[in-house]
Write a protein that binds this ligand. Structure first.
Ligand code: ISE
Length: 334
């Protein structure tokens, strides 16, 4: 039984608590905390969690907590991850791992000091059956080398306080991880473009943006990023290979024929799109972290996505591709 403490009881935190308590028999959520203590208390009552901690640091320090799940606000992730790793605890951290590459490097240095990976980053798309099948086909070599990826990440709306840079660090970060995973390749250069703006872009942030990436092997990736599309939550991905193309399937949906129209309902909430992936991801983390050997996306993967996001955000308005700068990969992650 893996005893887990959760830092952050917002939307994704409660989703994960729900999964851990209802679907995963080998997991026990023993404690929780939140920036808003009332939220933590309510969550504890709802899920029968016995301890509510005043701070994330208190939760991490308690010897009762074997593994820490971090689902707090993006800017708070790095401090909690670092502290938990310092104490040698298993960590699951929602994306992004950190806001800066400097913070990712501190986490990596701490894992190197322990001589083992302790962190799994919440890049759940790697567990999505659609993406997994795409990867299987690419890895089989049956379609030849992958040459390009065309992807779209479209959200219906964003909460108050959303900023242009978050389009990369909070939203397109999923593509920054999944594209290099699909291609087994690393990023060389990155550029973000501001294109004709949607009339729905009234809140001061860029929408849409186009993300362009070039890999070490010369593959090209373009990602259309809409953070307020007004019609649905729509994730598309096409990999163009030498002998054919592979497309991410849309989620299953009933096809309705009525009023001389054939229609398929689209999702609107991102939390509903990758539910199977989240289920598999958490089960996998509990199995592997319980045995002290997490096998999912590592701090290094979190770092690479952060380095690419950094280059993209720095490139905005320059009209240039910028190099994705990274430290040498420690042997630990090979
Ligand atoms: C959210 O955290 C996600 O993970 C979604 O995939 C993304 O579309 C959304 O914009 C993020 O806030």
């Amino acid at each position: 039984m893996l005893k887990i403490g959760i830092i952050g009881c917002g939307a994704i935190g409660r989703e994960h608590i729900n999964r851990l308590t209802r679907l995963i028999p080998d997991a026990e959520v023993v404690g929780c905390t939140d920036y808003y203590l009332e939220t933590a208390k309510k969550t504890a009552v709802q899920y029968g969690i016995r301890t509510v901690y005043k701070t994330g640091e208190d939760l991490i320090a308690d010897s009762e907590v074997e593994a820490v799940m971090i689902t707090s606000s993006d800017p708070s992730h790095a401090t909690y991850v670092l502290e938990a790793v310092r104490l040698g605890k298993q960590v699951f951290c929602e994306k992004p791992l950190a806001q800066t590459t400097a913070d990712c490097e501190k986490i990596i240095a701490e894992e190197v000091r322990h001589n083992k990976p302790l962190v799994q980053v919440g890049f759940m798309r790697r567990y999505d059956p659609g993406y997994m099948e795409m990867k299987r086909i690419i890895d089989s070599g049956s379609l030849g080398a992958p040459l390009m990826i065309h992807a779209c990440h479209r959200n219906v709306f964003q909460p108050e306080g959303f900023q242009t840079e978050m389009g990369i660090t909070n939203v397109a970060i999923h593509e920054l991880d999944i594209c290099r995973w699909l291609l087994r390749d690393e990023y060389k250069n990155a550029q973000v473009l501001k294109v004709r703006q949607s009339s729905r872009s009234t809140k001061g942030y860029d929408n849409p943006q186009i993300v362009l990436l070039e890999t070490e092997n010369g593959s090209r990736i373009d990602i259309e990023l809409q953070v307020a599309d007004g019609y649905g939550y729509d994730i598309q991905c096409q990999v163009v290979c030498e002998k054919g193309t592979i497309n991410l399937p849309d989620p299953n949906s009933v096809i309705k024929r009525a009023d001389a129209t054939c229609s398929v309902q689209l999702l609107t909430d991102w939390a509903d799109r990758f539910t199977t992936a989240y289920d598999i991801e958490l089960q996998d983390w509990v199995n592997c972290a319980g045995e002290g050997r997490p096998t999912g996306p590592t701090s290094w993967d979190g770092y690479v996505a952060c380095a690419a996001a950094d280059a993209l955000n720095r490139s905005r308005g320059t009209g240039k591709f910028l190099a994705v700068e990274m430290i040498e990969k420690p042997a630990l992650y090979s």
